[in-house]
Design a protein around this ligand. Structure first.
Ligand code: ZN
Length: 403
């Protein structure tokens, strides 16, 4: 785990930037404080990561602390331990419940023991700082601001915001997707995918029933129907005079090139995550049913099999391979994965682009049973070809290693 990895937070810099332009001085002040605080936390995380001592394991035992609007965790008071009674403070209980739902989701759906897979304890700090417009995961614990009450309500108010943040921990402990450019956008996307799945799982929603929104409950409480991001419609999560239009692209031809700096959102990690987000959404609705079952399992296994510097095409190829391994080559699950990535214009390695035309032809409903069989056979051939390419790549890598 790299010490230079930035602290993870839910609110993308392009939204905090807009808050600085607000006509309301209180909103401007809260935004400025949030930015300064984020910078400070980043520094603390860089220092902390040089110590190897991780949080002690404990089957994901939760402890919620109250910062009482201060910014120093050592002054926080114990508000609710795992076996303690309910608090009179709703923010404490919301954080406690969301940590528990996220932990239980990973345990029951993927047999994963907490964030690190080894029972890492889950500590949450509520009322962090004064009117802080953000929620953070600093590699060890979650911090929740209260929001300024105008552009943001209390950040404990959104389950998928909390599960988004904890999933950054899961990614750190699996692929370790490096937080810049395409691997960073994959990192962000994993958090949206599993963040949304935790919510869908807790509500027992089918893929077609879910709203696929991130942060709808905490962002701009005065504006209904909007969210920080939409996995179903990247680029259409919001459109209002203050924040402008949601800038997320939904396909590669709209990919946004930004510098790999803090101001450039580390190469647009919160922008381009719209592309893999949409691929997951399409896969889930095309398979149908509960998204955490087939689609979620394919993505989770692909996350575990991925490498830190992987690009969109690498991850797409891994999901295609995992779909074949888990549910059969040429099956409907693998076909859904293939068509989803093709729609967002991410090619899968070893798959000829002509397949896209065959796919859309079949999807248009004009294909009879015979044509479906032909498609399945083709997908199987592609799967075999893919395995050969992967093996070849491994052989080449080994040859290079022995040189
Ligand atoms: Zn994030």
């Amino acid at each position: 785990m790299s010490g230079t990895r930035p602290i993870n937070c839910i609110i993308p810099p392009y939204i905090l930037d807009k808050l600085l332009d607000s006509e309301n001085s209180e909103v401007r002040q809260a935004a400025l404080d949030t930015m300064l605080l984020t910078a400070r936390l980043r520094g603390e995380r860089a220092i902390r990561s040089s110590f190897t001592g991780a949080a002690a394991p404990g089957d994901g035992r939760r402890t919620v602390f109250d910062c009482e609007q201060e910014e120093f965790l050592r002054n926080a008071v114990l508000a609710r331990p795992e076996d303690g009674p309910e608090s009179t403070d709703p923010a404490v209980n919301r954080a406690f419940d969301a940590l528990g739902l996220t932990r239980d989701f990973y345990k029951e759906v993927f047999q994963r023991n907490s964030v690190d897979g080894q029972g890492m304890r889950l500590d949450g700090y509520v009322h962090f700082g004064f009117k802080v417009n953000n929620a953070f995961w600093d590699g060890r614990q979650m911090l929740f601001g209260d929001g300024d009450g105008q552009e943001f309500s209390n950040l404990t108010g959104s389950l998928e915001v909390i599960s988004h943040e904890l999933t950054h921990g899961v990614t750190d402990h699996t692929s370790g997707f490096v937080y810049h450019n395409q691997s960073g956008a994959l990192n962000e996307s994993m958090s949206d995918v599993f963040g949304s799945l935790v919510k869908q799982w807790s509500l027992k929603q089918r893929a077609e029933e879910a709203d696929w929104l991130i942060g709808a409950d905490v962002w701009t409480p005065g504006i209904g129907g909007d969210a920080l991001r939409s996995m179903k419609d990247p680029g259409r999560a919001y459109n209002n005079p203050q924040f402008g239009k949601d800038p997320q692209p939904d396909r590669m031809s709209r990919f946004i090139h930004l510098p790999d700096t803090k101001r450039g959102d580390f190469g647009g990690v919160h922008f381009n995550s719209g592309i893999p987000n949409k691929a997951f959404y399409l896969t889930a609705v095309r398979i149908g049913g509960f998204a955490w079952e087939a689609a979620g399992t394919i993505w989770y296994e692909a996350l575990k099999a991925s490498s830190a510097e992987d690009q969109f095409q690498d991850f797409a190829t891994t999901t295609f391979q995992k779909a074949g391994e888990l549910f059969g080559a040429g099956g409907p699950e693998q076909a859904a994965v293939l068509s989803a990535w093709q729609e967002v214009e991410v090619p899968i390695r070893g798959v000829p682009t002509g397949v896209a035309r065959i796919r859309s032809f079949a999807a248009n409903g004009s294909g009879g049973a015979g044509r479906e069989d032909g498609l399945a056979a083709l997908a199987r051939q592609i799967g075999t070809l893919n395995d050969k390419v992967t093996q070849l790549a491994k052989d080449v890598a080994e040859l290079k290693g022995t040189r």
